[in-house]
Design a protein around this ligand. Structure first.
Ligand SMILES: Cc1ncc(COP(=O)(O)O)c(C=O)c1O
Length: 350
């Protein structure tokens, strides 16, 4: 019953097998092997256009270096107030980009377009003292398990473009959002005006594989140097490529995300049907936020369930009572129906 994070899951056997196979041969280092080139080319097919791809080790590196690539001196970057880039990366995006992250409010973990416009207006290009607007970053799927619809992405990118700002997407859970919306990678990104994507693999069955995808090659022109200076150029890059090779083979990445999402659906249905539990808000990704009575939560933990408590937002549709607790449950490619049924059965007895 491991629901603490999709980061807790291992790696898919096909990815492990591909890594083992790779480890028996010699190949050129620093991203120059045939495999590196082949996997980079695979991203062109997936996104239906020529893209520039750079592999890095973590989601934080992907986000921070993406923002570094579009940084301006005295620039500020806008994200949702609860976004990982602003809340959970220890200031790495600010450190690597030299820009200040400015929060934008909005329901359901998504920036509200009118609030984004108002925030941008507060940082005009000649704003020497406050800093000038330089970039927008949005998270898909969001930190609260919700997903921007295509129209909602359009609304954000339209405002950004009207102000001349490039847009980055934090896709740590890109595959989960994609299968939930049932759209193509192109439709959810560059066709909506996204310029740079952090394409996550680690949370969805890889061991350690993240890619930065540039849809506009002009924005990538200094990126090789930015990555090297940030100590993110791996000599054995081919082991990241090997993971992506298996990940992108025969739709494995989409199958794993579909599985994770459908396990979350099973959790959502079960939690919604019990007396002692309820959904805190509606999500459509592999993250579920639930209100449990404290006795159920303690019983589940005592029987080995792993999950994290979550701070109660001020705008909860239904308040969390004294004898209740708000928790986050995350499913992955490795979650089983048995895990979920066991968890629900413990809660139903609570
Ligand atoms: C939405 C989101 N973005 C980025 C990250 C950062 O990933 P990492 O922990 O690999 O740096 C996370 C990790 O939890 C995340 O949830």
């Amino acid at each position: 019953m491991f629901f603490a994070s999709d980061n807790w899951a291992g790696a898919h056997p096909s990815i492990n097998e591909r890594l083992s196979r790779e480890s028996t041969r010699f190949a050129a280092a620093y991203g120059n092997s045939d495999l590196d080139k082949a996997v980079e080319a695979r991203f062109n097919e997936i996104f239906e256009r020529d893209v520039s791809v750079y592999f890095v080790s973590t989601g934080t590196a992907a986000n921070s270096l993406s923002l570094a690539s579009i940084a301006r001196v005295g620039g500020v970057a806008f994200s949702h107030s609860e976004a990982h880039v602003i809340e959970d990366e220890c200031g790495a995006p600010d450190f690597f980009s030299g820009m200040r992250m400015v929060p934008v409010e909005g329901e359901d973990g998504k920036m509200e377009p009118a609030k984004l416009s108002a925030r941008i207006a507060g940082f005009p290009q000649d704003s020497l003292h406050h800093g000038r607007a330089a970039a927008v970053t949005l998270t898909q799927a969001t930190e609260t398990g919700t997903i921007y619809t295509l129209d909602e992405i359009d609304a954000i990118t339209r405002i950004a473009k009207a102000n001349g700002l490039p847009v980055h997407m934090d896709g740590a859970r890109f595959a989960n959002a994609l299968v939930s919306l049932d759209v193509s990678p192109a439709e959810m990104t560059w066709k909506r005006g996204i310029d740079i994507l952090s394409f996550g693999g680690t949370k969805n069955g890889c061991w350690c594989a993240e890619a930065i995808v540039f849809f506009n090659p002009e924005l990538a022109k200094d990126f090789a140097f930015i990555r090297k200076r940030a100590a993110q150029l791996f000599s054995k890059t081919r082991f990241i490529s090997a993971q992506f090779d298996a990940y992108l083979q025969d739709g494995l990445w989409l199958n794993m995300a579909s599985h994770a999402n459908s396990m979350a659906d099973r959790l959502r249905a079960g939690i919604g049907s019990l007396n002692s539990t309820r959904l805190a808000w509606h999500t459509t990704s592999n993250e579920v936020f639930a209100v449990l009575n404290k006795a159920s939560a303690e019983a589940a933990e005592a029987k080995g369930a792993k999950f994290y408590g979550w701070p109660v937002p001020t705008n909860m549709p239904e308040p969390v009572r004294e004898d209740e607790t708000l928790i986050r449950l995350v499913t992955s490619f490795a979650t089983t129906e048995e895990d979920i049924d066991q968890f629900l059965s413990i809660c139903s007895a609570g």
